[in-house]
Design a protein around this ligand. Structure first.
Ligand code: SAM
Length: 277
């Protein structure tokens, strides 16, 4: 079975009268080698149930179907969502595809209990969409996503790194993240003005804490990184009542009140949340 190349992508876009929009992060992959590489890095196998966010014209969708996965695809652009089953039926008749025409941020459940997430994510909402799926789709175990290089480096960053921030700490709540390679701008149409990387994740088998603890921990992470240059007892002062109260809570958690957010692991943030009285 063949995949979509530059000519097919342009023909489809013309057929649908699609002018790719920046607002929806519409940069379509026009290179079959890149598609096969993503599917390989994600270790997708025949019989896997995969969720794809933002299938667009279907480049990656076809790559996932090619190896025998079943795909649930969530696409916000109704023209693209309507065309996708037709494209797939033409190129890969009978392939197991379910298309949901919806904003990925509004998805709270999916059919087929997908275990893998594989996507070329819309750049402007990549982190919120990822965190949303990790939160709402408990069947997910692992995934590989293509994101803007800067975002990918943040997701995979460890404490102490310059780019470690709120997305890094929140992503670490769900599991382990790794950079899985650079992607040239030339594989997209239109060519974006940023570089891309592949990022892989493996979800924790046992959640780090309860949902209540996650919400409290994420609140602390947000406060810590809103004022990342400040010592934590100051950055958390407003959230926890006063800088004195924040200091006491940190001491109870075994964390130095003069520490800065960029030095703490997600376990440290959770320990602070758990030390509330
Ligand atoms: N997967 C395709 C590919 O690799 O060629 C398209 C990737 S393109 C970077 C991102 C896709 O996400 C677009 O098709 C866009 O319409 C869709 N999209 C943007 N925002 C979305 C959202 N909130 N929910 C679902 N899909 C969205």
């Amino acid at each position: 079975m063949s995949l979509l190349g530059p000519a097919e992508i342009r023909d489809l876009a013309e057929l649908l009268d699609v002018q790719p929009t920046k607002k929806l992060g519409q940069n379509f992959v026009i290179d079959a080698n890149t598609v096969r590489r993503i599917v390989k890095v994600a270790a997708v196998e025949s019989g896997d149930s995969v969720v794809e966010i933002g299938p667009g014209l279907g480049s990656l969708t076809l790559g996932l179907l090619e190896v025998g996965a079943s795909v649930v695809a969530v696409e916000i652009d109704t023209r693209l969502a309507t065309q996708l089953p037709k494209t797939v039926e033409l190129m890969h008749p009978g392939a197991p595809l379910t298309v949901i025409a919806e904003d990925a941020l509004r998805i709270t459940e999916l059919p087929d209990a997908p275990t893998r997430l594989v996507a070329n994510l819309p750049y402007n909402v990549s982190v919120p969409v990822l965190l949303h799926f990790l939160e709402h789709i408990p069947s997910l175990q692992s995934g590989v996503v293509m994101v803007q290089a800067e975002v990918g480096h943040r997701l995979a960053a460890d404490p102490g790194s310059k780019v470690y921030g709120s997305p890094s700490a929140k992503a670490a709540w769900y599991g382990k993240w790794r950079l899985a390679g650079n992607v040239s701008r030339q594989v997209f149409w239109p060519v974006p003005n940023v570089d891309s990387v592949l990022v892989g994740f493996e979800k924790r088998e046992v959640p780090l804490g309860t949902e209540e603890e996650r919400v409290a921990t994420f609140g602390i992470i947000d406060a810590a990184f809103q004022q990342r240059r400040k010592m934590l007892r100051q950055a958390l002062g407003q959230l926890l009542g006063s800088s004195q109260a924040a200091s006491e809570q940190m001491v109870r958690a075994g964390i130095e009140p003069t520490a800065r957010g960029e030095q703490l692991t997600v376990h440290d943030f959770l320990a602070i949340a758990r030390a509330a009285e």
